[in-house]
Design a protein around this ligand. Sequence first.
Ligand code: SF4
Ligand code: ZN
Length: 386
Amino acid sequence: LKINITEIDIPLAFGPAFEGERVRGGDLFGQMGGGKTQCTELVKMAEMNDIEDGKVEVIGPDIGDMKEGDVLPLGILVQIAGREFQEDFEPIMERQIHHLINYIQGIMHIGQRDISWVRISKAAVEKGFTLKDIGVVLHAKFHQDFQKIVDKVQVTLYTKQEDVDKITAQAREEYKTRDARVDTMTDEDVDTFYSCSLCQSFAPSHVCTVSPERTGLCGAYNWMDCKAAFEINPTGPNQPIQKGKVLDPKLGRFEGVDEFIKVASKGAIETYNFYSMVHAPMTTCGCCECIAAMLPACNGIMTVGRDYTGDTPCGMKFTTLAGVMGGGAASPGFVGHSKFNITQKKFILGDGGLLRLVWMPKIVKDEIRERLNARGLKWALRTSLT
Ligand code: SF4
Ligand code: ZN
């Protein structure tokens, strides 16, 4: 693998070779997010004259103000201006933050959006790493990898609680707007789904197929986003899939998808269903926002989000479930999915849909409350009509 350190001015080596590297307990200097503090990422389009290319600011305490074992809240705001840039591209750029931070030797990044997690190793701090380096990397790589659409990049890293709270509130509004763009679409409306293989570096057999009614399990890529990503980068990780013949409308099985995933998973996966967690569910990778599990004792289904650290009725915490599932496994009875997906119409529809759901932590419920109530009402009406 090519390690490119000459073009990016940080005190650490940088490149895809470090992507799978972990920062474990004994090596850890400090961290942001991961359930300990809030850690949020947001990419926003800006007017050409409102930002300064290459400006990277850390507002609040940096690594030098931390001692071993400390945690900090973090808000990463990337502003991008470009003649060819569109708001539709924001989620795609934002999703790059995950692997770009992981490319830095000794720094680990998990998650996305408002559930990110950055772990910084002692070795990185000894070499002089500061939070500013994250901004330097994002500025350099966004220019390098997205030349066509990016003219200016400015990065601000917030580490004061009140600023992080503010940027998180703004980000959540943006996420809502993005998610809603696929709200009125159905899987029947389109002939083309999109693949996402962005996570194969961690989970080699994992392939997400993103349809209007099944947002990617990280929550960061919906059908619209994948479509835009393919437009920006036609040879990239998001490829169109002709869905072809519908093999099973209830479970959500499509001939074109099966053909695609056989190749894309390098033969590891033959088939999967979009709307079932019981029968041949989709593969799951470590960045899923939630993991659903069967509860045989009550014949129901539970789901748990990444930010809930307590016990669950299936006897496993999120981290344990993610440890079992996160490598690209497809295990009947379990499936990774996005928070938004819970309120998408076809969520586990092949297994009975939302009515099968018997438990989720309050933290997830509160976040999706409005949409969940609306879905519940539709279910109730539908049931009384039949
Ligand atoms: Fe893409 Fe799926 Fe990974 Fe999200 S979880 S980045 S949709 S492969
Ligand atoms: Zn992933």
